[in-house]
Every structure is written in C-alpha cells, then in structure tokens.
Design a protein around this ligand. Structure first.
Ligand code: ZN
Ligand code: ZN
Length: 157
C-alpha cells in the first residue's frame, strides 16, 4: 500500500476546502496582525510566521478528515459518522479512535476483481462466495464448524 495510493483516497473537495481555508486565513491574518495592539509589536519574522505557518495546520488537518471520509467509505464503515466523530471529538481523539478501530481493507474478489469489504461473505458485484458459508442462512462459517453458529444447520464437511 503506497503512500501515493493512500493520498488518492482523499476526496478532491477536501484539498480545495483546505486550500481556500489556508488562503482565507492567511489573508485575514495579513490584514489583522498589523492592527492588533500586541501582535503589531512582534518582530517582522514572528508576524510572518503567524500569518503563513499557523494556517498550515488547517491545510493539513482538513485533508486528514478527507482521508478518514474516503478510507472509511472504501472499508464499508459508517463513513458519515466516523468523519463527524473525527472532526468534532476534540484534541484529535476522534481521529486516533478511528485509526485504532477501523475495519480491515477491502479484498479483491477472485472472480470479478472488484474491491469487496473484507467483512462480506459474498461479492456484491458478482455474487461469488468469498469464504465458506451456511447453505441455510447464508452467513459465513468457519471451516472447523460442524454446525452453523447462527441457525444450527448441519454443515457439509
Ligand atoms: Zn465479484
Ligand atoms: Zn446458518
């Protein structure tokens, strides 16, 4: 899994919003810093750092939320809930929880080669069975089981 491919998960809209936020905040700071009573006393370098480096934080954090949105979507997780959780739980705790709890990456269906969330038993594109399943209820079963753990049907060996 290359870094470049991971970056492709981030929706383009997240980069655009991040860029607009950066330009907006830097512009705002450019005009407000010289008018602020205290900050106008700062050395020029400090003022420039405040104007151009501080908004950089937002330029990076918004694509991070975009990554969580795209990543949770491809993992067939509840992506709206996870994105909102990441944004609104303070101190990036939502982001950290996401990276701990996220589901495994999708697998490639051996039959049609579409990516399928790894928790699925059947490929939603072609119906190919991705793992052993119960012929009665269709839920996935372990190879060592003699009976289905969900409906109790005796499984073929
Ligand atoms: Zn398939
Ligand atoms: Zn069953």
């Amino acid at each position: 899994m290359s870094f470049r491919k991971e970056l492709g998960v981030i929706p383009r809209a997240a980069w655009i919003i991040a860029g607009l936020c950066y330009v907006g905040m830097a512009t705002l700071a450019w005009f407000l810093v010289p008018t602020d009573h205290e900050m106008s006393q700062w050395p020029r370098g400090g003022q420039l750092a405040f104007t151009f480096l501080l908004p950089l934080f937002f330029f990076l954090i918004i694509p991070l939320y975009g990554y969580i949105y795209g990543d949770s979507k491809r993992r067939a997780m509840r992506y709206v809930m996870w994105t909102l959780l990441a944004i609104f739980v303070p101190d990036l705790i939502g982001v950290i929880i996401y990276f701990i709890l996220r589901d495994p990456l999708p697998v490639d269906c051996p039959s049609c080669h579409n990516p399928v969330p790894s928790k699925f038993t059947f490929c939603p594109h072609c119906g190919n069975a991705l793992r052993p399943y119960c012929p009665q209820c269709g839920k996935s079963v372990e190879r060592t089981w003699t009976n289905c753990g969900y409906c109790g049907t005796k499984l073929p060996s």
